[in-house]
Design a protein around this ligand. Sequence first.
Ligand SMILES: Nc1ncnc2c1ncn2[C@@H]1O[C@H](COP(=O)(O)OP(=O)(O)OP(=O)(O)O)[C@@H](O)[C@H]1O
Ligand SMILES: [Mg+2]
Length: 294
Amino acid sequence: MNAIVFDHVSKDYGNVLAVDDVSLSIEPGKTVALLGPNGAGKSTSINMLLGLLRPSRGTVSVFGRTPRQAVAAGQMGAMLQSGQLIPELSVKELIDLVRNPYPEPLDLEEILKLADLTDLVKRRANKLSGGQSQRVRFALAIAGAPKALLLDEPTAAMDVESRLRFWESMRGYAAGGRTVLFATHYLEEADEHSDRVIVIAKGRVVADGTAARIKADVGGQAVRFTLGEQPAAGLDLLPGVTAVEVAAGTATLRTSDTDATLAGLYRGTTLDVRDLQLSGADLEDAFLALTRES
Ligand SMILES: Nc1ncnc2c1ncn2[C@@H]1O[C@H](COP(=O)(O)OP(=O)(O)OP(=O)(O)O)[C@@H](O)[C@H]1O
Ligand SMILES: [Mg+2]
């Protein structure tokens, strides 16, 4: 049975179509990144998975149940984009408050360890830094030992060090065969911390696969050089080239065959090619290309 299924799901807010006919399924035990720009429909999708929003059309299911049933059964944990901690309570009190109603919660010690909060148990919520508060919100999300964990931009407002620690915690939790879905605009995060990346833009899935697969789909390598004032005409006709972009005097040629493109560039043109760089298309390039096409 799949952990998460979207079957032709759409959601409109008045005349805004936030999610547009999305169908996908996620196997148990996978960590999946939902990657997309602002307004893509990431939070709307997550909120539908939690039963906080109802789809306008189509159905969402979690472990074969409706989202509300799954939440009621303690199978779902979430870190939402908004949400305050009760300021006067200590970290331990907050965790106890959330943990106690669950039939089989995680041990307090394990939660503290996974969320890296052991040294902060007595600290009141209103005395936590932004990154520490995020770790507490993660602790609350895992407190009930949910089989599926939904994280909506969990590392927003974290510095580099906190992010690294956060992703370690997430992996620690996912390692027990749990399913994790996280929304992000950080392309590196999607690339590094998921088994699968689902790219959404304007409410539609525009790519779905491993980060490596998505990069390959977008057309391999890039050749970049300083063009200066020289004309760009004809670059798109060089062998292997699939797309040409010129910005601020720099030409970027996307190519499926770097060798042929370079040979053509040096032998077939009279351009003065300076500052030549070759790179594999990174996820950022892939993402920009995919969201532009949509
Ligand atoms: N309550 C609402 N009423 C009207 N429109 C909404 C509402 N919530 C979201 N939208 C619109 O739906 C679209 C999708 O929003 P959503 O919050 O799902 O995007 P997102 O991918 O989470 O973006 P972000 O990266 O900024 O968090 C946007 O165009 C947004 O303006
Ligand atoms: Mg959002």
